[in-house]
Design a protein around this ligand. Sequence first.
Ligand code: TPP
Ligand code: MG
Length: 322
Amino acid sequence: MQLSREDLLLAYRRMRRIRDFEDRVHVEFATGELPGFVHLYAGEEASAVGVCMNLTDEDMIASTHRGHGHCLAKDTDATGMMLELYGRKDGICGGKGGSMHIADLSKGMMGANGIVGGGPPLICGAALTAKTLGTGNVAVAFTGDGGSNQGTTFEALNFAAVLKLPAIFVFENNGYAETTASQWSVACKDIVNRAAAFGMPGVSVDGTDFFAVWSAAREAVERARGGGGPTLMEVKVPRFYGHFEGDAETYRADGEVAALKRDHDCLKIFRGRVTEAGLLSNADLDTVDAEVAAEIEAAVALAKVSPLPGPEDLVTDVYVRY
Ligand SMILES: Cc1ncc(C[n+]2csc(CCOP(=O)(O)OP(=O)(O)O)c2C)c(N)n1
Ligand SMILES: [Mg+2]
């Protein structure tokens, strides 16, 4: 299958939306108006979008503390997310989740997660459900290089392989877990090599190349839907901001981030590829840029004036009635 013109425009729109969302949250967080703790996904857009372009709303994903990009790639509403970050009553989770607990089950987005290594076991549940009911759906966990070292992750990989679950484990290796370089903390040089230990296929891709991610994910999704079991994907990505907003980043080399932004920006690389191949024009992409900029501007403006939850909201969403 080829990506149609509409697919390419959608992929670019989603990546651009993530970038603008994150760049704007970076600016707004510095004003002190945004409550809580924020981890930005800028630089890693092609990973989330390249994977999620292969998924339907019925396919489940689990995310991490760096979850905005995964939500937006799964088409969770950007305005609802911005309101959520501001803790507003009309946020996507009623203002009760904030940055690190955004979930949108209507889109198959099981949630961002403050527990590093929390996603892989969760998607085993979703994948087991899909397999048991024969729905043909798949489940994907996004995890970092740090999360790749968690015991929960190893258990989930083994469980998924033993039961041949329709699960995909995407390890976004951005080179750091907080301030610790993955070269130092991950025992094998490449996370992808761990796939062999669990008897599952593994693939390593350049996460600045949307097309490489998309086609590797497509193969993994097809295998999972067809009953072929799980896949491990390592996606090597740059991280454009600090671990969290406010991180002084003293552990990064001088000029490191500037070089990443100059030479490894997935949006610039996408633009170069599609315009050189004559698939989309610069004008097409500029139109998307302008529309997304307006969308994010309006989302922030609305978030700033939207009401906060009231005391009556304290006791709702506490117990679920079945
Ligand atoms: C179980 C658990 N241990 C430790 C932490 C603290 N912590 C938060 S983020 C993080 C690093 C995660 O690194 P990585 O998985 O590479 O994700 P990245 O931040 O690079 O996206 C750690 C150790 C946590 N939230 N949960
Ligand atoms: Mg990391």
